[in-house]
Design a protein around this ligand. Structure first.
Ligand SMILES: Nc1nc2c(ncn2[C@@H]2O[C@H](COP(=O)(O)OP(=O)(O)OP(=O)(O)O)[C@@H](O)[C@H]2O)c(=O)[nH]1
Ligand SMILES: [Mg+2]
Length: 171
């Protein structure tokens, strides 16, 4: 029996514009930490962690992707089998919200095994700098039939709910 059959976590990827907080989400859920540092993700990285779904621990592999469409396209072959996608935008950056539909197109064209897409507005702690209202996020999520969360990796709000919902929808 191959190791893959003994141990195969659910595969989920986080995509979205540069600086939206994708790596911070992955770090928060896997290591329960937040650093204010910014290191642009080059290529692709992953973390494995466990989340609760109906009181059971479910292992998930979180692919943390590079944020340019060009780099992302080079990464597709590594994550082609993902069952879930978190599309992240930064609530303090309207451009990152405007480009969500491009990321959704990329998913539709390239990821045939995706069963769950979750929209995530990040950096919800930065209330004074908000450029995208919560209602706008909710409306876009409704239009594309996605679950929706506004998270803060800094304050640890709704990050666990985000990944638990993603895992539940992938099962
Ligand atoms: N206040 C606040 N800052 C955040 C939050 N999440 C991320 N940041 C900051 O935003 C910056 C970018 O975060 P990253 O997680 O590296 O963003 P990324 O999407 O992985 O960036 P790329 O790898 O370049 O695509 C960093 O300085 C983080 O500390 C958050 O919830 N609140
Ligand atoms: Mg990153």
């Amino acid at each position: 029996m191959s190791l893959g059959k003994l141990y195969s976590p659910l595969e989920i990827a986080i995509i979205g514009n540069c600086d939206t907080g994708k790596s911070s989400l992955a770090y928060r859920i896997s290591d329960s930490k937040f650093t204010g540092n910014y290191f642009q993700t080059i290529g692709i990285d992953y973390r494995v962690t466990s989340v609760n779904v109906q009181s059971k621990g479910i292992d998930i592999r979180i692919w943390d992707t590079s944020s340019t469409f060009l780099h992302m396209k080079a990464c597709i072959k590594y994550i082609i089998r993902v069952a879930g996608m978190i599309v992240a935008y930064d609530i303090t950056n309207r451009d990152s919200f405007s480009e969500v539909e491009q990321w959704l197109n990329l998913i539709e064209r390239n990821f045939p095994f995706v069963r769950a897409i979750i929209l995530c507005g990040t950096k919800a702690d930065l209330k004074d700098q908000r450029q995208v209202s919560k209602i706008e996020g909710e409306e876009l999520a409704f239009e594309y039939n996605m679950s929706f969360f506004e998270t803060s990796s800094k304050d640890d709000t709704y990050v666990t709910d985000l990944f638990e919902t993603a895992a539940a929808e992938m099962l």
